[in-house]
Design a protein around this ligand. Structure first.
Ligand code: C5P
Length: 220
């Protein structure tokens, strides 16, 4: 049996992509599979936590003991996560939320003949779920975020996001490598916490990363 060191804690995990529909059959999204989030949620559940997942459209497997709310758009994920947050002790937001959504969502399917000359779509920004939870965090709550980057300045970007979004811990990873990021079984992360501690973790299985995240939070 796993150590029950998260027993009694209520933990929110967001995972997967979001879909931003433009008309009834077309959407904007990203290749997130929810794999990192499913590992985080499962590790917390194995360690005794009461886990609540808000899941975007993806085939991630979760143990039946975890409560799952399925959502589609960033706006739905935002509303569900915000309503759960006051009753949670911790949240780990792993979802690859679309930062933008098509400005107008059409009720009817757009006919391709109407776009023969090409197509311009205007986008509007989506709310930042993590930043909003951070701004509503009580001193007892713990908040963990991720940062997917394609730049070498990964640690300074992570430190800036940790401060701006009022996080306790952030895990930053490069998504421009084949052994890390979207869909892979492994990930290569830099962990930075609110006490100024930081660590570069070796290439690890996402399950091991999840386990280590909870070790870190419990040690803080
Ligand atoms: O700012 P950036 O998108 O890199 O932040 C990534 C982190 O913020 C992830 O933990 C992600 O789940 C979360 N996020 C969010 N809502 C958004 C965008 C990102 O919760 N609209």
């Amino acid at each position: 049996l796993a150590p029950q060191d998260l027993a009694g804690r209520k933990i929110l995990v967001t995972l997967g992509p979001t879909r931003e529909f433009w008309d009834p059959v077309r959407f904007w999204s990203n290749p997130s599979t929810g794999r990192m989030g499913a590992a985080v949620a499962t590790a917390a559940w194995l360690r005794g936590a009461q886990v609540h997942v808000v899941q975007g459209p993806c085939p991630a497997w979760l143990p039946p003991g975890i409560q799952v709310d399925s959502v589609t758009s960033a706006q739905e994920m935002y509303e569900r996560s915000l309503s759960l947050w006051p009753s949670m002790d911790m949240a780990c937001l792993t979802a690859a939320v679309c930062d933008f959504r098509p400005h107008n969502q059409r009720q009817q399917k757009f006919k391709k003949e109407a776009g023969e000359q090409g197509l311009d779509i205007a986008f509007a920004p989506n709310p930042d779920i993590l930043q909003t939870l951070g701004s509503r965090k009580t001193p007892q709550q713990r908040l963990i975020g991720f940062a997917a980057e394609t730049s070498d300045a990964i640690q300074s970007i992570a430190e800036e996001k940790l401060r701006r979004k009022q996080l306790d811990l952030i895990l930053a990873n490069r998504i421009d490598r084949t052994d890390a990021g979207f869909a892979s079984a492994t990930n290569h992360v830099v962990a930075v916490d609110a006490h100024g501690r930081h660590e570069q973790w070796p290439l690890m299985d996402k399950g091991d990363i999840a386990w280590r995240i909870w070790d870190w939070i419990l040690a803080m």
